[in-house]
Design a binder for this molecule. Structure first.
Ligand code: GCU
Length: 539
């Protein structure tokens, strides 16, 4: 990172950036060179840049994500380090940049470790690299550091706004404007540099919904800084065993996808990628996306909101996490705060997911309760959920049941259950009655089976890996879902075949998890049409 060059006759260095591999940024490295497909380790990136001409006070370098951990060096000095492959971070470089030829180097490492999040084994590809945008941002001396603007949780005509200016500056004049709603609030920051407003009796507000994803231009200004952002306003609540959007019960027609473009065998990172993934969900008739299993890029989140999808976001607390490790707990807290900080102004964001398929234990319960606390420190308005996979069939009761102490801490219970795939049917689907968390809304957050596109076979032979078997399994599960009294939504696993180091059956998988309703080449399997029909007709 010192970028030393040989000077005298006897100098030599066993490294150089000039003449090295060229890697695209943003993009994972695995998809850029065959020899990097499985690469797990360290890659050094470097870039020369000139300071921007127009600088009006302060300069920051912003990384939308680097997977999985990195150190940042500028002109020979370490200026930042970050762990977590799916959330943004930034570093102020005011006064550290020269007019020309600044040297930025990143040491990026994606080696899996037992104390990380995710830990050593997870069912998706371990893409490494500077996987999302990098930006050089100049701001005025006093700038708008953060804001949180949303419809009040309980009132449909009150907008709450909170604006924080840099360095906790007090007595700074702040304006919040929403021209289409005739709102123009003049505020002053307090001793913590925060200005607050509860704007009551808002007239003619069109609340955001999947049918009408209405957003408003909101302008926040303070001192010489101003930010324009499109923000939607909606009410979201749990009443009994249903989720209510804008005071009406809603059935969640969800789907999951990983942050991956299968045809490119690479991580999705652009607006075009987001549009491709979300257009397929729109065609399927969904009104919600469970963004599996980590915070996906902002293009996906913002495009989903524009198109009218409710969102579930989660950090990769996936199965085996070192719940006993206090360092890991701190990391998890930081990660979930970075996620909530980034997306708290996205009205489409409805569910914060705390975990996926974790086993009950005192340490796990304590760890996840801490994550709920971290989440609510920033946003106490959205619904807290978690996906569990320990529903079992109780033969004596002839019921599907699950007891997990963590259920009482969350608003909506989510269950992953692969009836007909990992679990043979103990009774016929029409007799598969559920009695799980019956006082809360329940989402089936995963179900499905693998099928190789184009493979035909017997609809009752799992080992055929056929579209017919997958389609029949979907029909059977939809039949069973009629017997879940508190069902408020479903989210089949998964929209697209995706890459995984777990999935190496030589004929049917070859490194792909084939549970997609759409193949890795973009072809819709028979089960796709079963869900499309179900979503079209469900009330
Ligand atoms: C689990 C897990 C998914 C995984 C899926 C599968 O439920 O949540 O990440 O891909 O099952 O087995 O395909």
């Amino acid at each position: 990172y010192l970028n030393k060059k040989p000077a005298g006759k006897t100098d030599f260095y066993e490294y150089a950036f000039d003449g090295g591999l060229k890697l695209n940024v943003p993009s994972d490295w695995n998809s850029q060179l065959p020899e990097l497909k499985y690469y797990e380790g360290t890659v050094w990136y470097a870039k020369h840049f000139d300071a921007p001409k127009e600088q009006n006070g302060r300069l920051f370098i912003y990384f939308a994500a680097v997977s999985y951990r990195c150190k940042v060096y500028l002109n020979g000095k370490e200026i930042a380090a970050h762990e977590g492959g799916f959330t943004p971070f930034q570093v102020e470089v005011t006064g550290l940049v020269k007019d020309t030829d600044n040297f930025l180097a990143l040491e990026v490492n994606n080696t899996r470790t037992a104390d990380a999040i995710p830990a050593k084994s997870f069912d998706w590809w371990n893409y490494g690299g500077i996987t999302r945008d990098v930006m050089l941002i100049s701001t005025p001396k006093v700038f708008i550091q953060d804001y949180f603007i949303q419809l009040d949780k309980h009132r449909s005509n009150q907008i709450n706004a909170q604006v924080k200016v840099s360095d906790s500056q007090a007595n700074v004049a702040v304006t919040v404007e929403i021209p289409e709603l005739n709102i123009k609030q003049k505020l002053l920051t307090d001793q913590q540099g925060i200005a607050r407003a509860s704007i009551a009796n808002v007239k003619h507000l069109q609340r955001w919904s999947p049918e009408n994803p209405r957003r408003y231009n909101v302008r926040v200004s303070a001192a010489a800084d101003a930010v324009d952002e499109m923000i939607g306003f909606r009410n979201l609540a749990v009443k009994g065993t249903r989720v209510y959007l804008n005071d009406k019960p809603i059935f969640l027609k969800s789907i999951s996808f990983h942050e991956e473009i299968p045809q490119r065998k690479g991580r999705a990172f652009s607006e075009a990628d987001a549009t491709m993934l979300l257009s397929e969900a729109m065609a399927l008739g969904c009104n919600m996306i469970r963004l599996a299993h980590y915070p996906q890029n902002e293009y996906t989140v913002r495009t989903a909101e524009k198109m009218g999808f409710l969102l579930w976001e989660e950090t990769p607390i996936w199965q085996g996490i070192d719940f006993e490790n206090q360092e890991t707990k701190k990391k998890a807290g930081n990660m979930i705060k970075e996620m909530v900080m980034r997306d708290k102004n996205r009205c489409a964001l409805s569910f914060w997911g705390m975990a996926n398929e974790t086993k009950p234990s005192a340490a796990r319960n304590e760890f996840l309760s801490y994550l709920i606390k971290c989440t609510k420190e920033i946003d106490s308005t959205r619904l807290i959920t978690a996906a569990f996979d320990l529903v079992r069939f109780d033969r004596s009761k002839q019921r599907f049941v699950m007891d997990d102490p963590f259920i009482k801490e969350i608003d909506v219970v989510a269950i992953n259950k692969y009836m007909g795939w990992y679990h043979p049917w103990p009774v016929t689907p029409d007799k598969a009655i559920w009695e799980v968390a019956t006082d809360k809304p329940l989402i089936i957050s995963e179900f499905g089976a693998e099928a190789l596109y184009g493979k035909t076979g017997d609809a009752d032979v799992a080992s055929s890996w056929s579209e017919d078997y997958q389609a029949q399994l979907y029909k059977d599960n939809l039949e069973m879902f009629k017997n879940i009294p508190n069902l408020t939504g479903i989210s089949p696993w998964v929209l697209f075949d995706f890459r995984s180091p777990f999935r190496f059956h030589p004929t049917y998988q070859e490194g792909w998890n084939r549970k997609g309703l759409v193949s890795d080449q973009g072809f819709r399997k028979k089960a796709w049409y079963i869900i499309a029909d179900y979503y079209k007709n469900i009330k």
